[in-house]
Design a protein around this ligand. Structure first.
Ligand code: ACO
Length: 369
């Protein structure tokens, strides 16, 4: 813990700011459990709909119970709002704006409910897909209720049903990214919920926090950095120069994990099944080895390992998404966790309002000159 006296810890590092039964993250061993179930098992045997219900209700429903979560249609007001955005709008801004407009049509109020969580999670992919088409001069596509949420998102983007391999890969990505403890965006959602504000406001605030490149903005930066490095043979020199100039390697490092991020391991496996990204993946694996060695030299006392975003970049490219949609796709997947946390916050709510240490001038007076 990096507390510097009087319980102060910059960035709340090491501070326990609440309790949760949603995700258990073992940073030392590189383990992640959702309500007790290991992430590897959930990726292999579960769907996003099952995982979302698990997070919202605490119950694991067998697929035969007919757990369904499909993309929802957009009200005309939301499509109208998205049409007004300039085509060059950052997709995270479009998602945030579209959901904010949708929230205005719902009248959701405190307290949040599992049904509200289902609704916002189901409408978010439709918002993003509609924006992605509108910016290209295309009309939005009506959702297909027979498709799972991740497959339905791909369908609404391209107007073509994804093949089974792509659908399964994005399903796995959504499961892996559904929830992750008190990260910055989830904490933001909980802070907003703690004021008795509504669930859509909590999600909109969380999107703002996730937008930053140190959080959800990393996978598109992974693609940029790998591109800039050139061939794996050139990567070592590029990485050495980047670290020497204080740059961060995207897709590496984590506030909690000191071991290899189990989500990165799960997504690497998924990416290995995507033929369309085989060449890129081969390079990414070669560069990862070099990066881990150089990061260990750079920070011998602070283990910096591969994080989820590194192989997320491979999966998202492999299912045909452009890098500028990566952060917003991450946001779609994280809806289950954000909303699960709002429900948990609301059940035993305490206003989240920490103290701050004042370091400004001592009392003075305008008349002093
Ligand atoms: N590359 C190079 N140096 C790094 C990296 C990195 N990826 N990560 C941390 N460091 C260095 C920092 O520069 C710092 O060095 P200094 O003490 O000399 O200033 C030291 O390690 C500690 O850095 P902090 O920011 O205090 O450590 P923290 O563990 O809180 O950082 C973070 C976590 C912000 C994710 C960081 O590792 C990072 O910026 N990574 C790159 C961005 C990224 O991949 N983000 C996605 C995270 S996963 C997610 O949010 C879904």
């Amino acid at each position: 813990m990096s507390a510097t006296g009087s319980g102060y810890s910059p960035g709340l590092k090491g501070v326990i700011a609440g309790e949760t039964s949603l995700a258990m993250i073992d940073g030392a061993q590189g383990r992640l459990l959702y309500r007790g179930y290991p992430i590897g098992e959930l990726v292999e045997h579960g769907t996003y709909a099952q995982v979302a219900e698990l997070l919202w209700t605490g119950e694991w429903a067998a697929q035969s119970d007919g757990v369904q979560l499909a993309c929802a249609p957009l009200p005309a007001e939301v499509v109208g709002t998205l049409r007004e955005l300039p085509p060059q709008t950052n997709p995270m801004d479009a998602l945030r704006t579209g959901l904010s407009a949708w929230g205005a049509t719902t009248g959701f109020a405190w307290p949040p409910s599992a049904e509200q969580a289902r609704q916002v999670t189901a409408v978010a992919p439709s918002v993003l897909a509609a924006f992605a088409r509108l910016r290209d001069g295309l009309d939005p596509v009506e959702p297909d209720p027979s498709l799972t949420l991740p497959a339905g998102f791909l369908y609404q983007l391209s107007a073509a049903r994804p093949n089974a391999v792509e659908a399964r890969a994005l399903e796995a990505y959504f499961v892996v990214c559904a929830e992750h403890g008190f990260n910055a965006s989830t904490f933001t959602a909980r802070v907003i919920t703690s004021t008795h504000s509504d669930l859509v406001s909590a999600v909109v605030g969380a999107i703002g926090a996730l937008k930053g490149p140190w959080h959800g903005g990393a996978p598109s930066e992974v693609v940029n950095q790998l591109h800039q490095m050139g061939s794996p043979a050139e990567a070592e020199a590029w990485i050495r120069a980047a670290l020497a100039s204080g740059e961060r390697l995207m897709g590496f490092g984590h506030r909690v994990y000191r071991a290899y991020d189990p989500r990165a391991a799960a997504l690497r496996k998924v990416a290995e099944g995507l033929a369309s990204v085989a060449g890129w993946l081969e390079k990414a694996i070669a560069v990862e080895e070099i990066a881990l060695r150089l990061l260990a030299e750079h920070k011998p006392d602070y283990p910096i390992k591969t994080n989820v975003e590194y192989y997320a970049a491979a999966v998202l490219q492999g299912v045909g998404l452009p890098p500028n949609l990566f952060p917003a796709t991450f946001a779609l997947a994280r809806h289950a966790g954000w909303t699960g946390h709002t429900l948990e916050q609301a059940t035993a709510n305490v206003l989240i309002r920490p103290d701050v240490r004042y370091v400004g001038p001592a009392e003075r007076h305008l008349a002093d000159g």
